[in-house]
Design a protein around this ligand. Structure first.
Ligand code: 5AD
Ligand code: SF4
Length: 431
């Protein structure tokens, strides 16, 4: 979501006449977009800002300026103290107000000494005021839903991104069309709880995510559709059918389970059981046998004992994941879990994470090994560091490297897989 927000901020700046640069020496404005989901987020931004202090001073000595802007959830979460701590920052804004950047830059221009902060949750959604979207490459993100009402006990999102909000279907389809027109072939629909998306079609019929995706799939130029992140108990049978029936919907699903222990899931305020999760997996695999599953895991949640952790390991072994993300529980200020008794010692968290990750990495490697010798379709998205090699993704979202000419960037090509590892497939181009 932050990558998407950054690209939308770039759209806003572009409309003001700015151009993007990857060289800070060249920049008139630097925007830091921050994430608060797990620990060390604010330390990271303050140390990063420290690196730019000399550049700002140097500019000021030359009678020019360098405008430093910090955006995102760290600002939202630490609003009261943020400006006091970040003395060199000119503008600080939360994730819901970046559409107001033009107005803030104008105010800054008129009152040079002013420092501005905006952490509102405005009644009129920011999406209404954003300029048209530019493709972020052949693969683009599109936010369709934001915020969350689930309140998992460990999570800051409901506090930093606010209440759940679904963008209207018409607005989403317009943005998807703009992205397709500017070169997007692969579209990732985003939402913190993406399958909570709901809206109405042009005839006023109530629609859910599966109906929305059906419409997105009709847009010429969009060839691959994915969506992230799904919440298990909101994952309906219609979504399962959609995976079976719409070829543009890629056989990949990120469905975070977090823990394999019902006791811990309850403490996390995740409203499903392990059995319910596995039922969804079973039905999905029946409907779409080639689907690749990915998940998030948290280890060392308060009061997690060895038995709970073993249940997570067992679940992993039963389900088999193609990809995954796993984290040590990180107490976030203001969330219920941060205040729970029986916090788990750091060494225990580290041990559990290592044990879990070694099983998961082995699983990813085994999953990828199934593709050895197979011919698959790959969307070539970027150049690899190595000369003459391009990077892309398979339908199952695996990273694929292939020797190919640059002129093929942006094309979907056939590739025969010659080598596999836990995080990549290597292949050769087929005629
Ligand atoms: N501690 C550790 N992991 C967390 N996540 C969210 N909040 C926390 C936290 N406090 C993880 C969850 C979520 C992913 C985006 O980040 O696994 O699915
Ligand atoms: Fe956070 Fe996801 Fe739970 Fe919402 S559903 S509170 S975003 S973990």
């Amino acid at each position: 979501m932050n990558v998407y927000d950054s690209s939308r901020m770039a759209d806003v700046m572009k409309a003001l006449g700015f151009e993007q640069t990857s060289d800070p020496q060249e920049a008139d404005v630097i925007i830091f977009n921050t994430c608060h989901i797990r620990e060390k987020a604010s330390e990271k931004i303050f140390s990063e800002l420290g690196r730019f202090k000399p550049l700002k001073k140097q500019r000021q000595a030359q009678g020019r300026d360098l405008i430093l802007i910090v955006a995102g959830c760290v600002v939202q979460a630490e609003s009261a103290e943020f400006m006091d701590r970040a003395k060199f920052v000119d503008i600080a804004l939360g994730p819901q107000t970046y559409h107001r950047l033009p107005e803030m830059l104008r105010r800054l221009e008129h009152q040079r000494q002013q420092r501005l902060m905006d952490v509102d949750f405005p009644a009129i959604a920011k999406f209404d005021s954003l300029p048209s979207a530019n493709a972020q490459g052949v693969s683009s993100f599109l936010a369709i839903q934001e915020g969350c009402d689930r309140f998992c006990s460990y999570c800051v999102v409901p506090y930093t991104r606010g209440a759940e909000y679904s963008r209207p279907m018409r607005e989403i389809l317009t943005e998807a069309q703009q992205l397709a027109d500017s070169g997007t072939k692969d579209l990732m629909l985003l939402g913190q709880n993406v399958n909570a998306w709901h809206g109405e079609d042009d005839d006023g019929n109530p629609s859910d995510l599966s109906r929305l995706i059906e419409k997105v799939a009709r847009i010429d130029g969009i060839e691959r559709i994915r969506y992230v992140t799904s919440y298990p108990s909101d994952f309906t049978d219609d979504m399962i059918k959609m995976h079976r029936d719409i070829p543009k919907v890629m056989p990949y699903l990120h469905l975070p389970v977090q823990s394999g222990s019902d006791r811990i899931l309850k403490k996390m305020n995740r409203r499903y059981t392990v059995t319910q999760y596995e039922d969804i997996v079973l039905k999905l695999r029946e409907a779409c046998p080639e689907i690749a599953l990915s998940s998030d895991f948290i280890v060392g949640f308060p009061d997690e004992n060895d038995c709970d952790f073993e249940q997570t390991m067992d679940l992993v072994k039963r389900v088999g994941f193609a990809q995954s993300y796993s984290f040590k529980f990180s107490p976030r200020p203001g969330t219920p879990a941060a205040a729970m008794k029986a916090q788990i010692p750091e060494e225990v968290k580290t041990k559990r994470l290592e044990a879990l990750q070694s099983v998961l990495i082995e699983q990813h490697a085994q999953y990828n090994a199934l593709f050895l010798g197979k011919e698959i379709s790959v969307l070539l998205e970027s150049k690899a560091k190595k000369e003459g090699v391009l990077l892309g993704h398979s339908p199952q979202m695996q990273n694929v490297t292939v020797k190919a000419d640059e002129s093929l960037l942006g094309q979907i090509v056939r590739v025969r897989i010659t080598k596999t590892a836990a995080t990549t497939l290597d292949g050769i181009l087929q005629e």
